[in-house]
Design a protein around this ligand. Structure first.
Ligand code: R5P
Length: 293
């Protein structure tokens, strides 16, 4: 308790200096609560506005996929280069050191695997998100999937409602399925449905044609998944085109951890996402870092 005797009357009121009332750097996020903004600002760099999220949650539907057999050996060394990690609670507790000071995109929906019927999912308990200090909750949404569309949209709305009790934002992850075509028309619709149902960030796929239309049809930030492994130059080119079209970053997995040199690749991706490096420049950096011992 302060010592009563030493209390001095305040004098420094900055009269004549209006208090700054800054907006918020992320698209569509200015009216959110302080806690939500603070979490989003941990994920997205306030200077570039963008984020390199490292996704390694694939095991929840695929099992030990290539590059993720021993996550302690392949993923942990990459975490320093990521702005945010995206994983399951299982991977988090078993291989991610609790000393890691990176925001966490927690895989919050789960339920089926590639062996059966994808997207038949439920969401976790919000208490679990609090226990692991989740920064954002990632939920799969299968727009257009006749069996699971309603279920997965309900999963998203439930997650938004639960998360907002504690100012934890939600990321809608647009699912793909055998019948779903990854074109601008579909991706715009799926992304917009996620945003309208309360997702604060959308994770979707890049499409060659009219990706700017996908970005502009959604009132919140979009990050792209990397998708299947491409040659490094092509993956950097895809990231460049997505950022140029207005994406706020990448949530990339296989194109990083299945690369010939994952550490070099994630650093090259950073150059594109945060500094707007052209694909050729970024690829040059990748080669330099890869060949450096
Ligand atoms: C997709 O639902 C998974 O959760 C992955 O996080 C996502 O596909 C990103 O990984 P990749 O860049 O390998 O596509």
């Amino acid at each position: 308790m302060p010592d009563n005797d030493s209390i001095q009357a305040g004098k420094n009121y900055g009269i004549g200096i209006p208090q700054k009332s800054d907006g918020f750097f992320l698209k569509g996020s200015a009216s959110l609560d302080w806690g939500v903004k603070n979490r989003l600002a941990q994920i997205f760099c306030p200077k570039s506005g963008n984020s390199v999220m490292l996704a390694f949650d694939h095991g929840y539907i695929m099992g030990p996929t290539s590059g993720l057999e021993r996550m302690d050996l392949t993923i942990v060394p990459l975490i320093d280069y990521a702005d945010c990690i995206m994983c399951t609670r299982g991977a988090l507790r078993s291989i991610v050191p609790p000393t890691v000071r990176k925001p966490l995109s927690l895989r919050f929906s789960a339920g089926s695997t590639i062996l059966t019927d994808l997207n038949d999912e439920c969401v976790m308990d919000i208490d679990e998100a609090l226990r692991v200090n989740a920064t954002i909750l990632a939920v799969m949404v299968a727009v257009g999937d006749p069996k699971h569309e309603a279920l997965t949209i309900r999963n998203l709305t439930k997650t938004v409602d639960l998360g907002m009790k504690y100012s934890i934002p939600a990321m809608g992850v647009t699912a793909v399925g055998k019948e779903l075509v990854r074109d601008a028309r579909y991706l715009s619709m799926a992304s917009r449905v996620c945003a309208e149902n309360g997702a604060h960030v959308i994770k979707t796929y890049y499409c060659e044609k009219d990706f700017a239309q996908v970005v502009n049809s959604v009132p919140v930030p979009i990050v792209i998944a990397g998708g299947k492994k491409l040659p490094e130059k092509e993956a950097l080119d895809m990231a460049y085109r997505a950022i140029s079209d207005g994406a706020s970053g990448v949530d990339m997995g296989r194109n990083i951890f299945q690369s010939d040199s994952p550490a070099a690749m994630i650093q090259a991706v950073r150059e594109v996402v945060h500094k707007g490096a052209k694909p050729e420049q970024a690829y040059k950096l990748y080669e330099e870092l890869k060949n450096k011992k």
